[in-house]
Every structure is written in C-alpha cells, then in structure tokens.
Design a protein around this ligand. Structure first.
Ligand code: ATP
Length: 277
C-alpha cells in the first residue's frame, strides 16, 4: 500500500532530515511510528500525505504520488495533524460540509464514536477543549473509512480514560483493507494497540517489524527471570531491572514497548541482528 524508496528530505538545503530512507507498509495493520521529539515523525507523515515534497526518492501511496494530491488519492486518505485548527461551526455542520469528500463516510459510526467519547455533536468545534477537538477528529477520521488513516500524536491532550477508549475504538475500526499509522513519542500510549512497530531515529528507520516477529525472537523479562539467558539489553527502574534476551526456546513474553524503544535507540545493532536472523 505504501512504498517509500530512498526518500531524502530536509527543510533546509544541505541538511537532510532523512537520507535514502526506505519503508514498506501494508493494509490490515496498525503501525506505531515511534521516535523522540524532533526525530522527524510528523515530517515523514507529511511526506506520505503530500503536504511536503521529497527532495529525492519516490513515494507510492495507494498507487499515487502523494505530491500530486489528486482527488482520488485524497478521498482515500485522512490525516489528523498534531495541531488542530477548528472552524467556528458545530460538529454536525462540519460533517455536513466535509463528509461528502469521503465516499465511505459512515454517519452512524461517527455518531457512535462521538457518543463513546462523550463529545456533544451540537457544540461549536472551535469552542471545544483541545482533547474534545482531538476526539472529534479521531471519530471523523475513523468514520471516513479511508484506506489510509494517519494520526500524528493523537493521544496528546487525551486524559487517561480517553486513552483507554481510544485504543478500544481504533482496534475495532481496523479492517483488512485499511492501514492506520499512529505516531507518538509517548510509547506506552500505543501498548496493546499496534501490531507493527516503526522506530525513526537520527534520520534512519531503525526498526520496522511486527510485534509477532519481535516476540518470536526476543524475550522481555525481569532480572530474576533473565538469569542465565542471553541478555542483550538491560535497564534499571525503581523496582528492579527489566531485560531483553534472545528468545532461544520459543517462549512467549509480552513486548514491553518502552523497553524495546529504549533498547533500539540506545544500541540497536545486537537487537536488529537477532530480529533479522
Ligand atoms: N516547517 C518547518 N520548517 C523548518 N524546520 C522544521 C519544520 N517543521 C519541522 N521542522 C524541524 O524538523 C525536525 C523534525 O520535526 P518533526 O516535527 O517532524 O519531528 P517529530 O518527530 O514529529 O517531533 P515531535 O515528537 O516533537 O512532534 C525538527 O528539528 C523541527 O524543528
């Protein structure tokens, strides 16, 4: 569905944010795009959405070159940016004015998600709180049923119960012909939601793997459980040490997303070596 080939992009000439970056994403998955502040997550997503243009390399999104921003491309893409600019119309008015751009828009689904998020549809959007505005756009994006849904830091501004609802609602909206990309620097927000992890760090994609592949090759353990195992990364916390070991005997452990992220950005080589075996 998405092929990024040798993408080079920078805001200033001579100082690329990405150089020769390549990536392949498929439908039927929820991708978590993880990276520290300033890693370039938003910029990569803007390239995919055709909001900024590559300096070199090629992008193919749903068979389109995003920079051409053809109507057939835009009707299958919904992009929720990090910063929202809300019009001074009601939520229902917004749906009336905008939903027709998305042929698969489902009003009932939209109303149900709003109800679940507890956001009134008769409110003027610009007067909603930031968290409520995010919820409206998440509901709209999901109900648009576009084949590609991109959400840039969607959990910013959501309170803890809303983050739980967010995970539940997103998981239920995934279909086989849809690709959802969610960027965040708050790695834990995507726990038990994403099934593919992409880590962007210092101009490179350091990881693009499914959680199944990761838990197949790596074990996430406490220090006592890790005794005698082939530990590749360890991190102390308040209650002990968390470790990542090579999964030599087909055991199962739940992927600790934050530990994985820290391991990848601190010393990715031993981990990627195991993951690529
Ligand atoms: N319009 C712009 N003009 C110039 N530089 C920019 C512009 N937008 C972003 N940058 C720079 O590009 C770099 C990457 O920014 P980007 O917003 O893509 O990172 P991010 O990973 O999304 O960060 P965060 O997690 O903080 O949202 C930063 O150094 C930022 O200052």
């Amino acid at each position: 569905m998405i092929t990024v080939s040798n993408l080079t992009f920078g805001y200033k000439k001579g100082r690329p944010l990405f150089e020769n970056l390549s990536l392949y994403l498929e439908e039927g998955h929820i991708y978590g795009l993880l990276g520290k502040n300033g890693a370039g997550k938003s910029t990569l997503l803007k390239n995919l959405a055709g909001l900024v243009f590559p300096q070199e390399g090629e992008l193919d999104v749903n068979g389109h070159n995003p920079s051409q921003r053809r109507p057939s491309f835009l009707s299958q893409l919904f992009f929720i940016p990090e910063e929202l600019f809300m019009p001074a119309i009601t939520v229902r008015g917004y749906v009336k004015n905008t939903a027709h751009f998305y042929p698969q828009f489902d009003r009932e689904q939209f109303e149900n998600i709003l109800l679940e998020f507890n956001v009134p549809a008769d409110q003027v959007m610009s007067r909603l709180s930031f968290g409520q505005q995010k919820k409206v756009m998440i509901a709209f994006g999901l109900a648009s049923n576009t084949s590609l849904l991109i959400m840039d830091e969607p959990t910013n501004g959501l309170d803890i119960p809303s983050k739980v609802q967010f995970r539940k609602i997103i998981a239920s909206a995934l279909t086989e012909d849809r690709c959802i990309i969610i960027s965040t620097h708050q790695v834990r927000d995507l726990d038990s939601l994403i099934d593919q992890v992409i880590v962007l760090h210092e101009r490179e994609i350091l990881l693009n793997k499914s959680l199944d592949e990761i838990s197949d090759k790596l074990l996430f353990l406490t220090s006592s459980e890790a005794n005698g195992r082939n530990v590749v990364y360890a991190e102390e916390n308040m209650i002990g040490t968390n470790t990542i070991a090579e999964n030599l005997y087909q055991k199962f452990s739940r992927v600790d997303m934050e530990l994985l992220f820290n391991a990848i950005i601190n010393n990715h080589k031993p981990l990627t070596e195991i993951l690529n075996r």
